[in-house]
Design a protein around this ligand. Structure first.
Ligand SMILES: [Zn+2]
Length: 301
């Protein structure tokens, strides 16, 4: 598996829509049937300020050919069709997308929009593409060429909090400076929070009713929860955390050779290296102390 990462910041409409559209156009399928099956090895995702492509291959030459294709100027051929597909894709924005937009406004300003189509024209798309789809802006990773580091600051920097409303729900988000450790810790905390909320849902006969949202922006990493979930999230029992640690360690052992976890991609984008397995294992073992640190901020007024 190969991973391509590009920095693709918000466009002139203060939205990730142009980057999303380009990602669709790069992977657009013609009528050719064998091409349709071939393209299944390629996948793309656009986040608020970066895009990734994955290629399910061990053939580096294939990756090089794809990169050549990525930097070719954008054509209008499939524009109307892909705009329509994105409209379909975004027709029903879920709660987590609304949260990403609400928090994004704090860093990108009130005009920020996430997961909504804009008026982006062909010329605007082409100019955005020529600015960011350059050789210098493309990083390629595979499991074997990742540089890992054992150097990390074990503590989280100052945690701050913010509050916002989405519909009828009041939400809190806790955030800290982006570092390879904070990315890894917040990623794990989201897993811990979501599995605990899911556990409570399962016991009360609900289906995937409650969850938290974790995301990062170029400077900050954050996690948000509904204020109505706070008391449950602030009282996760010790034995639940212990079992979570054992399960997470077992799963990281089983993790397939080819997979680069999402938090490593963020880390690679920002720091050109990912935390080593030793450091990650230490963080998992110590997740309770990070949880206690976050919990203090959840409970403070
Ligand atoms: Zn899409």
């Amino acid at each position: 598996m190969y991973y391509i990462i590009l920095r693709t910041p918000p466009d002139i409409y203060n939205s990730e829509y142009t980057a999303h559209l380009i990602e669709h156009l790069e992977l657009a399928v013609q009528a050719d049937i064998s091409e349709y099956f071939n393209i299944q090895q390629y996948d793309g995702t656009s986040y608020s300020y970066y895009s990734t492509y994955t290629i399910d291959t061990t053939d580096r030459e294939k990756v090089n050919i794809f990169i050549e294709k990525l930097i070719l100027p954008i054509q209008s051929t499939y524009l109307t069709r892909e705009k329509k597909r994105i409209r379909e894709e975004l027709a029903d924005p879920d709660y987590s997308k609304k949260i990403v937009e609400a928090v994004g406004k704090i860093w990108y300003g009130e005009t920020y929009r996430y997961a909504r189509p804009t008026r982006s024209s062909l010329t605007e798309i082409q100019s955005y593409h020529s600015q960011y789809y350059t050789r210098e802006n493309i990083s390629v990773y595979t499991k074997s060429n990742i540089i890992t580091t054992d150097i990390y600051d074990p503590g989280l920097n100052t945690i701050s909090r913010g509050e916002f409303r989405v519909g009828h729900n009041r939400n809190i988000f806790l955030y800290t400076d982006l570092s390879s450790i904070s990315i890894c810790v917040f990623f794990l905390l989201e897993k811990l929070f979501d599995s605990y909320l899911d556990y409570l849902d399962v016991l009360s006969g609900k289906y995937w009713a409650r969850y938290t949202v974790q995301w990062e922006h170029p400077e900050k990493v954050w996690i948000s929860y509904k204020t109505s979930d706070r008391d449950d999230l602030a009282s996760i029992p010790d034995d639940f955390i212990r079992t979570f640690v054992i399960d997470t360690l077992e799963n990281s052992e089983k993790d397939s050779e080819n997979n680069i976890p999402e938090h490593d991609l963020v880390s690679l984008l920002h720091f050109w290296s990912a935390l080593s397995k030793t450091v990650k294992t230490t963080i998992i073992w110590n997740i309770d102390s990070y949880y206690q640190q976050i919990r203090t901020h959840m409970l403070s007024k």
